[in-house]
Design a protein around this ligand. Sequence first.
Ligand SMILES: [Zn+2]
Length: 399
Amino acid sequence: MKLYRLYILIIGVCLACGIPHVGRAQTDSQKFVVVIDAGHGGHDPGALGRISKEKNINLNVALKLGRLIEQNCPDTKVIYTRKKDVFIRLDRRAEIANNAKADLFISIHTNSVGKNRTVKGASTWTLGLAKSDENLEVAKRENAVILQDSDHQTRYAGFNPNSAESYIIFEFMQDQYMSQSVHLASLVQKQFKQTCRRPDRGVHQAGFLVLKACAMPSILVELGFISCPEEEKYLNTEEGTSSLANGIYRAFLLYKNEKQAMAHPAAGTEPSPALQPVAAQGPATSAPKSEKQQKPSAAKPSPQKKQADELVFKVQFLTSRTPLKANDKRLQGLKDVSFYREGGICKYTCGASTNYYQVLRTRKAISSRYKDAFIVAFRNDEKTDIHQAIQEFKLKQKR
Ligand SMILES: [Zn+2]
């Protein structure tokens, strides 16, 4: 069974990578560039299991993934953020990818959850605002390493990995790469489920600092839970790490081939056998998605018709110890300016609307003037949890 699968994979790899490029010697600048980022390293072990450390599992899988690409895809350049057990800062990892003008960034991690020893499975993440506390915790844990950096306050612009408020910024990040990142993430997840036979924990978004500065589509993979003894064992076997590397590799191939087919439609290649199982499911899942995405704009909630209990989003852009005069220069040119008091401070907001997307646009519009502005939510004029509010808004839009 395993030999058969390997055989199919080899044929697939040849078709997908080798044959179309035979005789087409590519210079480095023409190559597809992928950065493989083994999470943690050196004095940062990452999550700790009973028999192993996250940093070593991540590195094993990263090296195997890189080797698969190097051996089978002559049109791809692989760059590693680390190839051995060394510490690399989070911002440096993104910098490596940006300097290389990479097409893709894949960060490899291993999950862990408190005292629960039964939770297991693989998940794939993209940059965004976490939709649940559980998801936020994953980002908090992965970002906590910056606290070991004595100048993290300046290096990461005052970002506090433990404060939920810090994470609001991730709602506005990376819009242009979001759909490609989510697409790759879903390809990886399909492979984890179908090829690696891992319990499927889905595709999620959260505020990972390592992805924040990446100027390209990027994902963060959580291979499994080191906190689950059974899964930790698996993650420490040759079979386990090879299978997971293989799963990411196959997703990578699909993604790259799609990209290249789009860039050079005339050179369109037939989908290779290795790609068919996943490709066959592509249209069925992607078609309804785009329909869904169109719905919200057609049924825009009107900001005028405010009802009791309805959520109102606003952009908070300024604070002051005392109320400002109406003609204060700092308030000029802004719509719907008001303020609320919190902890004895006047907090100024603008652009109130029940439509969260509208407020996002307002926030973007004033971002050059107020770069630290962020979105707050109110229910019956009382400030309410922004994460929940966004979730509620998005749920309502789906209905
Ligand atoms: Zn990690």
